[in-house]
Design a protein around this ligand. Sequence first.
Ligand code: NAD
Length: 418
Amino acid sequence: MPEEVNPFESLQSQIDAAGAHLEIDDDVLERLKYPERVLETNLTVELEDGSLGRFQAFRSQFNGDRGPYKGGIRYHPNVSRAEVKALSGWMVYKCATVGIPYGGGKGGIVIDPDEYSEAELEAITRAYAVELRPLIGEDKDIPAPDVNTGQREMNWIKDTYETLENTTEPGVITGKAPDSGGSAGRVEATGRSTMLVAREAFSYLDIPIEEATAAVQGYGNAGSVAAKLLEEIGVDVVAVSDSSGAVYHENGLDTQAAKDHKNETRSLTGFEGASEELTNEELLTLDVDLLIPAALENAIDQQLAREVQADVIVEAANGPLTPAADDVLTERGVHVFPDILANAGGVTVSYFEWVQNRQRFYWTAQKVNEELERIIVEAFDALTTTYEGREVETFRTAAYVVAIQRVADAFEEAGTFP
Ligand code: NAD
């Protein structure tokens, strides 16, 4: 029987696991397990063949105790209310883990973008922006890219919002193209924090990273950049995959050449620099030092977790392990460094973008990368201090302990209204 996993329930079980280590009243903890509000809407858009398309879309604002809601927008056929709620909650605890002044939100449209033309995607995105307009704003809720969205969609949303509001407000959304107010370093930020967390993790565990081998599942924005930056610090990235399958070379792949091949042919398979092709399952169970899931939720279930041979997992994707898989890996002594720290580079550089937009003063790539490194290393240290000091079982629970305490403190300090 395949494991049935509701990502929102996964989030709630992670909060409960951390709550056991915190002196927070149960009713406050209960509040931190549910979104404040969820928009569910149906976009009606005229398609190129003259028919009307209906697209279900969501935006969840999970918690705003530490600042405006913040989180990406996903275009995928599997987007659901439960997934959007979970992803918005993970954003709350991610922002708190790295100490940036945001709450958490997330949005999505149920769509396979490959089935629509660019003009249709623009119309759908603008229709979504119209629905989002009352909810978003640089002091209210600031969307960003996620799976299957990027600079193009962010630019359309910014333009729709600014046109309807008759203003200029680039800080209403992040992940924009540089000429539309985007930040240097934003595209690479998620992969960069993944690399930084892997580097800090290996140093903490006293394993030389320059002798390590790695496998990366998912070769989009997060995975391909993580692979490239790991290769730059000496890691042999022996296998990478996308939804078409996995490519492998025991001496390490040329990650840039693999990316170029994917850009040209839209899939990794057929890459000439590989010695072998594998299934995604084979990639996830390779005997490597470091495994980076960088695709979607629930990539590793309980059964697969029993076969994972990696010593360290750094989660670039959000929620890539089912809770049962997480338990199996903990029992088996695999060190898992959680998504809410490892992929927090994306939202951290989004935060830098928002700061620059508000100041109308732009930083160099060097400054962005230095500030990102400082924030990720400090957050890593706070996590390991909590891990040791409070004797929690996993690095994930340690991250939630740090994050939930910060959100609960902000809530208690504000008091309740009305
Ligand atoms: P993306 O769309 O750029 O890339 C996703 C990749 O995963 C693609 O290469 C796709 O082919 C691959 N994929 C999909 N299903 C797969 C499967 N079953 N097996 C192997 N590969 C598969 O998306 P992204 O922005 O890189 O996001 C990936 C993950 O990282 C998501 O969980 C996302 O929430 C998370 N994340 C992204 C950012 C960001 O800034 N982009 C920030 C934080 C977290």
